[in-house]
Design a protein around this ligand. Structure first.
Ligand SMILES: [Zn+2]
Length: 405
């Protein structure tokens, strides 16, 4: 090849390379990785664009295959480690947050429920179904007439309709009647108190409304623990975007979304509820669902320190304890007199997940609802003394009318 032709070829290739480099810089891509596929550069602190992931520091790349949705992506873990399922709790259990619902309406359905409880070692199911008046009397009659009178305890509900002048006297009279019929506590006061409930004049019923004060005082006088659910997970009040930990759940259940125009803010609800608790230091409260602070055990600890007349329970928030086994272990040991077991929805095959988290040191195992938590759980390996308090002793102390364990 003549030298001139060689120079021409060299010049063309230099030009082509330069053009390629300029293009790459212009659209932020550069050849990288052995596959040589393009990537997108980002600055420190910047996030990768949608559809890409950081493959090297500062470089994002899109997967070659169409990515599955989070609903479909269910990888099988290859981890091989000891597994110790716990079908039956090590010690007897009181389910403080029970919702037996219609199962208390007939001797047959009650017997079926008790058989399931026996297999789990749940000795007492507390009905926290907000029963009152005739419904409470009917359930009480079925339970008392059955061989299982020592397996079920019933809490009384409070109706927060049209609160205003004269409401408290009527509500207290009803509560006294329900106690006479056999109720041994109050609850579950639902999250609608604070969110949906209205006063008689149509305004939002605040949890610390002064018109409610007499009923909380009556609970102290009647020696009844008040079981109350306030607000919902913090993420339910946040924008439903790709950073929301509960995106899938929020996408599945419309009634769990609390945009500002539909509900007060999370912090507002907790502050209202805390003012109410502080106004009634002689009334005992149990706050459902770890007060929705299971994701911040330091804050929950401080809250327990600040509210000596309140305790809390673990219903439906196992995913928060099981993802931080060391902190959760230390928390439950330190506050062993302040936390109760409760399950919430009655699903017999879900209880063993709780036993396994509390009793074993198993690692990286599945939770029972993907849409609550897409992460795995770890065992807390709680000492026996703590397990007994969590499972039944704290409930026995807080609910004087509970059947003997
Ligand atoms: Zn509940």
């Amino acid at each position: 090849m003549p030298a001139r032709r060689l120079l021409q070829l060299l010049a063309v290739s230099v030009i082509l390379t330069a053009v390629f480099l300029v293009q790459s810089l212009a659209d932020g891509t550069s050849a990288q990785g052995r596959g040589g596929r393009g990537g997108t550069s980002i600055q420190p602190g910047q996030e990768c664009p949608a559809g890409t992931t950081e493959t090297r520091p500062g470089t994002c790349q899109a997967p070659e295959f169409p990515p599955p949705s989070i609903v479909d992506y269910r990888p099988h873990s290859t981890l091989v480690t000891a597994a110790h399922p716990v079908p039956k709790a090590k010690f007897p259990v009181v389910d403080f947050h029970g919702h037996p619902q219609g199962r208390l309406n007939s001797a047959d359905s009650l017997a079926t429920m008790v058989a399931a409880l026996d297999a789990l070692n749940v000795r007492v199911m507390i009905s926290a179904d907000n029963l009152s008046g005739t419904r409470l009397e009917q359930a009480m009659t079925t339970v008392k007439a059955s061989p299982y009178a020592n397996r079920v305890a019933i809490f009384a509900g409070i109706g927060f309709n049209a609160v205003g002048p004269g409401w408290a006297e009527k509500a207290i009279a009803q509560l006294e009647a329900d106690v006479k019929a056999g109720a041994v506590g109050v609850g579950e006061i639902s999250k609608s108190l604070g969110i949906g409930a209205r006063r008689g004049d149509g305004t939002r019923l605040h949890i610390d409304d002064p018109d409610l004060d007499p009923i909380w005082d009556a609970c102290a006088r009647l020696n009844l623990t008040v079981f109350i659910h306030t607000a919902d997970p913090q993420e339910f009040f946040e924008p439903i975007d790709m950073h929301n930990e509960r995106w899938l759940e929020l996408s599945l259940f419309a009634d769990r979304r609390y945009p500002p125009e539909r509900a007060p803010r999370f912090e507002e609800l907790l502050a209202e509820r805390d003012r109410m608790i502080k106004k009634h230091p002689k009334t005992r409260f149990v706050i459902a669902h770890l007060n929705w602070l299971g994701n911040d055990l330091q804050r929950l600890s401080k809250w327990l320190d600040d509210n000596p007349n309140a305790s809390t329970e673990v219903g439906a928030v196992l995913y928060d304890l099981g993802r931080q086994p060391r902190a959760a272990h230390d928390f439950l040991v330190k506050y062993q007199d302040r936390v109760l077991f409760g399950k919430d929805a009655f699903e017999p095959n879900e209880y063993p997940y709780y036993w396994r988290v509390f009793e074993t040191k198993d690692e990286y195992f599945d939770y029972y609802r993907d849409y609550h938590a897409f992460w795995k759980l770890y065992g807390l390996d709680l000492p026996d003394d703590v397990l007994k308090k969590l499972y039944y002793q704290n409930a026995v102390r807080l609910v004087p009318g509970l059947p003997k364990i």
